[in-house]
Ligand binder design. Structure first.
Ligand SMILES: Nc1ncnc2c1ncn2[C@@H]1O[C@H](COP(=O)(O)OP(=O)(O)OP(=O)(O)O)[C@@H](O)[C@H]1O
Length: 250
């Protein structure tokens, strides 16, 4: 069997000893070539999960194999073939957009960096502000630069925290198409934390519903719609968030 993009077993994070874990016993296997969604309300544990998957946060228990590498012992081998975007992590704001991409291309050891940067500037339509400092861009422009940075090393595994937050509907739609095209062309795997149910329905083969740090339900968007007897994932999400899951499936 092909090595999965992510193999996660019993992943747990307790920030404060004795308190309830922010993420508890998370277990799943993300195959190569698929996009999965991590859905949950504020504080459900999405960002904590992504930070552990990236090796930015040390888990309290459990393990993560990313692209076959154990993130506790061998994370640099995995990180070279991974990337991420998060609205909470700012790009160096005094550097221009182009300089930012050059720094990341260097960090990831991208071959033919200038060519790759030119491709991304073209694909993400960054040309009109490529020579401006990243700190002076609008939120939507920053999001596009962050996505270009996330694809700079052609990652096999992409972790996306709210990839279309602060984008207008048209640009958001364009970003979703770009991500979908990238996945199909490269056979990459993606894990997407999102509050945007339409986005999750459109992009994700499978969805993990998180509540209070635990997976409370999982399945393909169509299987979840059927199970809860709903027309869209937003309603399924509200059923779960408001604790109506049992009533819905009874
Ligand atoms: N550094 C920290 N120290 C202590 N508790 C934290 C820390 N970071 C997050 N938490 C807590 O862990 C829980 C999960 O937070 P997390 O940010 O992972 O949720 P989330 O699903 O990403 O939420 P949101 O949708 O609001 O971004 C929350 O109760 C939060 O208060």
């Amino acid at each position: 069997m092909e090595t999965p993009a992510l193999l996660v077993e019993g992943l747990t994070k307790t920030y404060t000893p004795g308190a309830k874990p922010a993420v508890e016993s998370l277990t799943f296997t993300l195959p190569m070539g698929e996009t999965w969604g991590l859905l949950g309300g504020n504080g459900a544990g999405k960002s904590t999960t992504i930070a552990m998957l990236l090796g930015l946060l040390v888990p309290s228990a459990g393990r993560v194999l990313a692209l076959g590498h154990d993130m506790a012992t061998d994370r640099f081998a995995a990180l070279a073939r991974m990337n991420f975007s998060s609205p909470y992590i700012a790009l160096p704001h005094r550097l221009t957009v182009e300089e930012n991409l050059r720094v990341y291309a260097h960090l990831y050891g991208v071959p033919e960096a200038e060519r790759r940067i030119a491709e991304l500037v073209e694909e993400f339509a960054l040309g009109e502000f490529a020579k401006r400092p990243a700190g002076q861009l609008s939120a939507g422009q920053k999001t596009r630069v962050a996505l270009a940075k996330a694809l700079i090393n052609k990652p096999a595994l992409l972790l996306l925290d709210e990839p279309t937050a602060s984008l207008d509907p048209d640009t958001g739609d364009w970003v979703r198409s770009t991500l979908e095209r990238y996945r199909a062309a490269e056979g990459a795997a993606m894990l997407l934390a999102s509050h945007n149910m339409g986005e999750v329905e459109r992009l994700c083969a499978n969805v993990l519903m998180l509540k209070g740090g635990r997976v409370v339900d999982a399945g393909s968007p169509s299987a979840l719609l059927e199970k809860y007897g709903r027309d869209d994932l937003e309603e399924v999400f509200l059923d779960i968030a408001r604790g109506r899951a049992q009533a819905a499936v009874a």
